[in-house]
Design a protein around this ligand. Structure first.
Ligand code: SF4
Ligand code: SF4
Length: 299
């Protein structure tokens, strides 16, 4: 399926003659393939009506539109779409008890969307952004994801989440020892900063605090989004061993990580996410760690 996709940042409707709308053959024949959105003041292209002819791409003076080829077979696998012509994610990584599942992919390809869904922070709309379904678990009936999704959105799965944005912790008016117990302070060699405010410690120390705080929770599933950022190699190894120990306690663990060496050590399997940055992301079936990393490196 070929559809036109708008890059909103490049679109300047007040500086053009709205050529995309004026020259679209579908609009000329009377339908609403491209309409101006009253709220944003920018055009919205209907995926259902657009035939991907590419005329708008050539007519737009700001190169704000391009044509995207969407694989037809993935139409049925759409897990979430943020809106008309907005980012969409196909399929989800599968959490496993007693295993560390890694997620690998470039920025803007849906890694955070995937873990936001799996952690219950974002309810998937299965592509129906304008009329989201109530019972999303039905969609996974008969698959290994069904139990997980139905229990998650029934509130029966306890989640611990280490965010990618550890620097936000610096705004919290608390000390390191408010979040980290004595045992972890020794293990991560944080004795010298235990009494310092979070706003007074380094990014690496904030990362350690965030990891330890997430690990200290009594949860069924643990998410670590970029746990090795800001850490030197010694602490990366230490952190990886600690995260692995959660899986040894039969917990589910999901890790988004860009350091391939850390991921190689840490994960039992990997889901790659590929696609087009900011447009769509497709989650692969789980792969062995080495195979997944090699596939990622080969593009
Ligand atoms: S997409 Fe191009 S032609 Fe259409 S409104 Fe935006 S800038 Fe103008
Ligand atoms: S690709 Fe063709 S049909 Fe689709 S919006 Fe552009 S001009 Fe219209």
């Amino acid at each position: 399926m070929r559809v036109a996709v708008l890059n909103s940042d490049r679109c300047h409707p007040k500086k053009c003659s709205q050529e995309c709308i004026r020259y679209c053959p579908r609009v000329r024949s009377g339908d609403e393939t491209i309409v101006m959105d009253e709220k944003t003041g920018k055009p919205v292209i209907s995926e259902e009506l657009c035939v991907g002819c590419g005329i708008c791409v050539h007519k737009c003076p700001f190169n704000a539109i391009h044509i995207e080829n969407l694989a037809d077979e993935l139409e049925k696998d759409m897990v979430h779409r943020f809106g008309e012509n907005a980012f969409r994610l196909f399929r989800l990584p599968v959490p496993k008890k007693g295993k560390v599942v890694g997620i690998l992919g470039q920025n803007g390809i849906g890694k955070t969307t995937a873990i936001n869904i799996l952690s219950g922070h974002l309810k998937p709309n299965l592509g129906r952004w304008d009329s989201p379904p109530d019972d999303v678990a039905e969609y996974w009936k008969g698959t290994e994801m069904y139990d997980y999704i139905s229990e998650l959105f029934a509130g029966n799965i306890k989640v611990a989440f280490k965010s990618q944005y550890v620097d936000k912790l610096a705004t919290v008016d608390r000390t390191v020892s408010d979040f980290v117990d004595n045992e972890a302070i020794k293990k991560f060699e944080m004795e010298g900063i235990a009494d310092r405010k979070l706003g007074e410690v380094s990014g690496g120390d904030l990362q350690k605090v965030a990891i330890v705080a997430a690990m200290a929770k009594d949860a069924d599933i643990y998410f670590f989004d970029e746990p090795s950022s800001y850490l030197d190699i010694n602490y990366r190894v230490k952190m990886a061993k600690e995260i692995r120990s959660l899986a040894e306690e039969d917990k589910m663990v999901i890790v988004v990580e860009h350091d391939l060496a850390v991921l190689d050590f840490l994960a039992d399997s990997i889901h790659l996410i590929y696609g087009k940055k900011g447009v769509y992301g497709i989650v692969t079936q789980p792969k062995s760690v080495r195979h997944g990393i090699n596939l990622y490196l080969s593009g």
